[in-house]
Every structure is written in C-alpha cells, then in structure tokens.
Design a protein around this ligand. Structure first.
Ligand SMILES: NC(=O)c1ccc[n+]([C@@H]2O[C@H](COP(=O)([O-])OP(=O)(O)OC[C@H]3O[C@@H](n4cnc5c(N)ncnc54)[C@H](O)[C@@H]3O)[C@@H](O)[C@H]2O)c1
Length: 271
C-alpha cells in the first residue's frame, strides 16, 4: 500500500453524512467516497437524496458505495432507526459528518422573529449536532468503536455576523459543543472535530450574498469579499482535503476538539 493510501485511504470504513445532499455535504461525501469509504447520505427529502446520488454516482468509481436514507435528523427515534438501517449493508458506520445546518433570513434585533430564531437553534444544535451525535456516540460506546465526528462550525462561531442572531448563537454553540463532546468522548477513543468554512455559496446564504435578479454580489457579499484576504468566495471542493485529514484516524489520530478554518484567511483578516 502506498504512503498516501495508508495515511488518507478510507477503504472498509462507512460514513454517515447528514445534510449530505447540501452544497457542502455533497462535496464532503465525494471526498470520503473518492478515498474509498462507503457513504450513507441522510437527508430530509427523497428528491434531494436522488439528486445527490445522481451527481455522486457520475464521479465515483463504484456507484454502489453510496446510498441515502430519508430522515429528519431532529427526530431522535427516526435517527436511531436510520442508524440501524445504515449499519445493515456494510457494517457499523465509523464516521459521522454533521452537515445539517444553516441560516434562515436576516433582521435587525428589534425585528427578530423569535419562532424563526428558535427554528435556527433547533436546525443547527439539535438536528445539526446533538441528536445524531448522541445516537452515534451511544452506539459506538456500546460496540467499542473508535468513531470520528466532523461538525460544521462557521465564521459566526468566532465573531457574530450582523443580523443573523439565531445562526450566531447556534454556531457559537456548535464550536463549544465540539470541544465539550471531544472531552467527553476522548476516553472511548472517539474523536470530535469541526471544519469552519469561510464563505461558500450554498442554499442557505445565496440570497444574502448574491442579488438573484442581476447575479451581482449584494453589499453583504461585497463586504465578505473585502474581509477575505484571498478576495473571493471559497470553492466547496476546497473542503475535501480537510475532510479527509479529519476523517482519517491515521492522518489525525491525535487530533480532537479542534475547529479547522478553511476560510481564505477571513479569521486572520486585519487592516
Ligand atoms: N455554505 C457556507 O458558506 C457555510 C459556511 C459555514 C458553515 N456552513 C455550514 O455547513 C453546513 C452545510 O451548509 P450548506 O451550505 O451545505 O447548507 P445546505 O442548505 O446546502 O445543506 C444542508 C442540507 O441539510 C438538509 N437538512 C436540513 N434540515 C434537515 C433535517 N432536519 N434532517 C435532514 N436533513 C436536513 C437540507 O435539506 C440540505 O440539503 C451547515 O451547518 C452550515 O451552517 C456553511
């Protein structure tokens, strides 16, 4: 086996990617598949799963290594059932990517809709982290599997972005939970890390960053570019290397509790 295959190869591993039909989840799934893992995409709608499977099966060598389960990751019993089904064809999953999450709208503090605020907390903290993490951790501890979790933090985990109150609070929580859960699960050999993407155009943020009518960047889109030393949005494929590094216990076996920014220098920006 060559050096890179040994360090980053994931043959024989199974990964669950929640939100695996989303902008970032699909690309992370592709990286895991290209490295040899089997991938089960968990998503809320069958249509989104079918679309992602179509795309992935065109680019990976073995189309049978990816499939999908329709599940609401905010529903604990449904997640338990989805885990049982995910383990059936290839054996126990060892990697969990928590790719469900996102933002809904933007408003001044005094205009904030509290139902929407709560919805964003539930999306990112319950569906996007706590429920799948709890269910997989219990399963791994029971079976003595040294699993690996990759969460999705954000630039908002470090410094609030204006007007997205629920998203700011939730992503600060995701960063905090990444550290806390890493501590709790370390004695079982389970690693918990996060990727902190800078700005990548996805379903959740496109409307804030790009004017739908003209295709030009909004003032907020321009502000993001101005604060990104690389002067551009990220390409989702630029998350692939970090995904493989964190997923491979050979490459990052002594790494836990970190959030790794892939942000074109956004967090390093100065004046
Ligand atoms: N796109 C970016 O620039 C960016 C930047 C930083 C962090 N992130 C984070 O990365 C993650 C993925 O972002 P994205 O841009 O790919 O978002 P996305 O909206 O494209 O994908 C999220 C996917 O999750 C699915 N989903 C939502 N709720 C679900 C539920 N309860 N059960 C099952 N599936 C559900 C959606 O249908 C969607 O397919 C999110 O946590 C997001 O906050 C994104």
């Amino acid at each position: 086996m060559d050096f890179l295959e040994d360090l980053f190869g994931l043959k024989g591993k199974t990964a669950i990617v929640t939100g695996g039909a989303g902008a970032i989840g699909t690309v992370m799934s592709e990286a895991l598949l290209q490295a040899g893992a089997g991938v089960v995409i968990w998503s809320r709608t069958q249509a989104s799963i079918d679309q992602a499977l179509d795309r992935l099966r065109q680019v990976i060598p073995d189309p049978d290594r990816v499939w999908g389960i329709q599940v609401d990751t905010g529903d604990e019993p449904a997640v338990e059932e989805a885990l049982e089904r995910s383990a059936a064809p290839w054996g126990p999953p060892e990697i969990l990517v928590n790719g469900v999450g996102g933002n809904l709208g933007k408003a001044a503090l005094t205009e904030t809709d509290m139902q929407q605020f709560e919805k964003v907390l539930r999306l990112n903290l319950l569906a996007g982290l706590m429920i799948p993490t709890k269910v997989l951790a219990a399963y791994w501890i029971r079976l003595d599997i040294k699993g690996c979790i990759i969460n999705l933090t954000s630039m908002a985990s470090y410094n609030p972005l204006s007007g997205v109150w629920g998203y700011d609070a939730a992503k600060a929580g995701v960063l905090n939970l990444t550290t806390g859960v890493a501590n709790e699960l370390a004695p079982y050999g389970i690693r918990v890390n996060a990727i902190a993407p800078g700005f990548f155009l996805g379903k959740q943020n496109r409307a804030l960053l790009v004017d739908e009518a003209t295709g030009a960047y909004t003032p907020r889109g321009k502000a993001v570019i101005a604060h990104t030393p690389f002067g551009r949005f990220g390409e989702t494929r630029e998350l692939m290397g970090t995904t493989l590094f964190l997923a491979s216990s050979k490459a990052s076996g002594f790494v836990t509790g970190i959030s790794l920014p892939v942000d074109g220098g956004y967090l390093a920006h100065n004046i």
